[in-house]
Design a protein around this ligand. Structure first.
Ligand SMILES: [Ca+2]
Length: 301
């Protein structure tokens, strides 16, 4: 049997100083856009990501996008999108810029979306959008881990029109709604039955203008409370709670989504995900049990 050696490639994206005409394979000549971004041109647009590839986003930058379609991964060999380990400063912040229904990321393939902070710019409702049908014959695993997702009506949107995910793993995330408007939930997907293996646990839900998030999930049109969600086997260690962040008031540029004190219900409340990563958005080591969300509690912040 002929075996082809495959070499995982490494690419670099600096949204503020890169160029899509650059090769993207060197820190010195990064792209402006990630492959899969509709706005990508040149080499960035022509590059097909392959299993095992890594795309580094320069830390300390802000990446504004209408959406990045995540492509190229396969079971056991995802494409990794990493905004932490290239360059000084905090992790790259990927943010949506357009209403309505703008997306930060969408996936047709296996992908890991971990340790990011998503802030929603406007009153639209999607941050991580996994609505693409998978490629025929492909096993699709999407893991959404330890993110801090702050948005208006529906911070997380999963599936629509049959995502047919093999595995969806949603753990250790903070879903923080900025409004109680309408009947929306903290996250949404069309039907649990479309997902082969659903792993949902250790998520914290909050609505800023309600004492509690009454509806945390919409599943196939049904609005579910935490108790109803738990009765389906999800979020047994999840909670509806005020997360106790440093500051989510005033201009967005002043927000600080880190836990304010050890009294935050996020601190040490997460599952151990050290099989996937061991640091937080600032690059600090996870201490003790994992905290929920992108940040590990740090008294200096
Ligand atoms: Ca901890």
């Amino acid at each position: 049997m002929l075996t082809l050696a495959t070499h995982a490639a490494t690419y670099y994206v600096d949204h503020e100083a890169g160029s899509d005409a650059s090769p993207g394979s060197s820190q010195h000549r990064p792209w402006q856009h990630c492959p899969g971004d509709k706005r990508a041109g040149g080499v960035a647009s022509d590059t097909k990501l392959a299993p095992g590839d890594t795309v580094y986003f320069r830390a300390g930058t802000v990446y504004r996008t209408k959406g990045i379609r995540l492509t190229g991964g396969k079971s056991g060999r995802p494409v990794t999108y990493d905004g932490n380990r290239w360059g000084p400063g905090p992790r790259c912040l990927i943010t949506t810029t357009n209403a309505p229904n703008s997306t930060a990321m969408s996936s047709a393939h296996t992908a890991h979306i971990a340790v990011n902070v998503f802030y929603e710019d406007r009153h639209n409702n999607a941050h991580i959008d996994i609505r693409r049908k998978k490629i025929r014959g492909m096993t699709q695993t999407v893991r959404i881990l330890n993110n801090t997702i702050i948005g208006w009506t529906r911070p997380l949107f999963v599936g629509s029109g049959g995502a047919n995910l093999d595995t969806l793993d949603v753990r250790n995330n903070l879903f923080y709604r900025l409004t109680s408007r309408g009947s929306s939930s903290c996250w949404y997907f069309p039907a649990m039955s479309e997902i082969g293996n659903l792993i949902v646990d250790h998520n914290v839900y909050c609505s800023k203008r309600e004492p509690l998030a009454k509806t945390i999930v919409v599943n196939n049109g049904k609005h579910l409370s935490l108790e109803q969600w738990q009765a389906l086997g999800c979020d047994r260690n999840g909670a509806v709670a005020e997360p106790g962040l440093v500051n989510i008031k005033g201009p967005r540029s002043t927000w600080n989504a880190r836990p304010a004190s050890t009294r935050s219900p996020l601190v040490n409340a997460g599952a151990d995900l050290s099989a996937f990563f061991t640091t937080d958005k600032d690059g600090n080591a996870r201490k003790g049990a994992f905290d929920i969300g992108a940040y590990e509690y740090d008294p200096r912040r």
